[in-house]
Design a protein around this ligand. Sequence first.
Ligand SMILES: Cc1cc2nc3c(=O)[nH]c(=O)nc-3n(C[C@H](O)[C@H](O)[C@H](O)COP(=O)(O)OP(=O)(O)OC[C@H]3O[C@@H](n4cnc5c(N)ncnc54)[C@H](O)[C@@H]3O)c2cc1C
Length: 447
Amino acid sequence: MRVAIIGAGISGLATAYYLRQAKPDWEIRLFEKDDQVGGKVRSSQEKGFVFDWGPNGFLTNVDDTLDLAKNLGLADQLQVASDHARHRLLYKQGRLFDLPASPPKLLKTGLLNPYAKFRALAELSLGKASYTEESVYDFMARHFGKGVAETFAGPAVLGITAGDAKELSLDALFPRFRKLEHEHGSLIRAMMAAQQQAKASSRSSRLTSFNATGVQALSTALRDALLPCIRTAQELKLVSLEQGEYWLEFADGSVYTADKLILATPTFVMARLLTDLAPVAAAELGSIPYADVVVIGLGYDRIDVPQPLDAFGFLVARGEAVRSLGVLYSSSIFPDQAESDKVMLRVICGGSLDPEFIGLSDIEMLEVVRHDLSIAMGITAKPEFQQIVRWPRGIPQYTLGHGKKVAQIMHEIKSLSGLHLVGNAFYGVGVNDAVRDARRVVAELTT
Ligand SMILES: Cc1cc2nc3c(=O)[nH]c(=O)nc-3n(C[C@H](O)[C@H](O)[C@H](O)COP(=O)(O)OP(=O)(O)OC[C@H]3O[C@@H](n4cnc5c(N)ncnc54)[C@H](O)[C@@H]3O)c2cc1C
């Protein structure tokens, strides 16, 4: 059996890894367009600063990535985020506020007026309910009132997807909340119950990465485990199906034939590749929107940053004089990411509400973020380290109707025997979701 996997981001790498474990005698080839594997899961080290280009870790509330890391022999390199990371901030009305992490803290926050607080707590009286799909903003407004939705939904969604809370589907993005609503009615009651359960199980959900190297340790370990299967600098251009075999033509003119084909690229690439083979699915795949996002790493001397830095970082409410979407205090979250007298920050910019940002030059981008850091954090010094990573069409946007669209795509694809799709555009946008999706596809292939 010859299997071709296209795209060596975490989805393609994890698929190849689990498939090789399940079927050691199959010929597996993993083709990647870039000269390096990992896709968005990439980090660099320079001048003593560790800079994650995309994700800065994964959560341990589910086992997916944690199990994979342990399987790869990375258990002793795992690094759990420091306690500072529990504390998150919001930049609004020209200053930094603590983001309330519990109902009692919500009552004390200066971010809401007394009416908005009263309305938010009235959520406790909601009964069990069944609702149809709605946006994250509408869901939050229905539960907690417009005050809470305006203040928290927008920045939270921007922080996760760089998207618009009024456009994105609660059901596709956060299906757990819909389930909790169905079971408990009130989300406050559901969260109190979940906190009790978490205490009883002693399971902690913490952001986790790898010491000294950043999140790239994961893609490097997968690369090492899969070395004989990997072909880099191989961009798939054309796919055809001839007598039950997939013919794959690459940009350099080379050809590979496979019995099974797994596409692990972004969906707009899948759409191009499948135009002739599966036109209906290709049109749906091509209609999944993505947000452009830019990550800017800045390293400073500690003395130049006049902030306590005892937090994960801050999100920015829209309508402020700060254009960045948020700033992560990377060396507070993972102290290994800078020497003890230095500070590493990651500024996230762009997203679907600021699509022009990605078109700025490096100089213009640095001007914007240095201005933002000066007014939000009082930083005026020049950074010792700076790096800009642009991710055009970097994060898929689960807009209203996403779930139905994905079901339709998967249904259409079934008619092409041996073709499978995997990635973070279907059932969840994070690293854990990508790893879980890899397991789904390997189960489809091997059962
Ligand atoms: C800025 C940013 C921050 C993020 N932060 C977090 C976070 O903190 N936590 C979290 O859980 N998730 C986060 N994510 C999401 C996470 O990065 C993704 O879920 C995950 O990396 C997606 O992996 P993937 O393999 O599906 O896609 P990708 O990483 O996009 O991989 C796709 C691969 O396909 C290759 N490819 C494309 N076309 C072709 C072709 N024609 N031929 C061959 N190869 C091709 C690409 O080069 C790429 O390597 C973040 C994403 C971004 C952009």
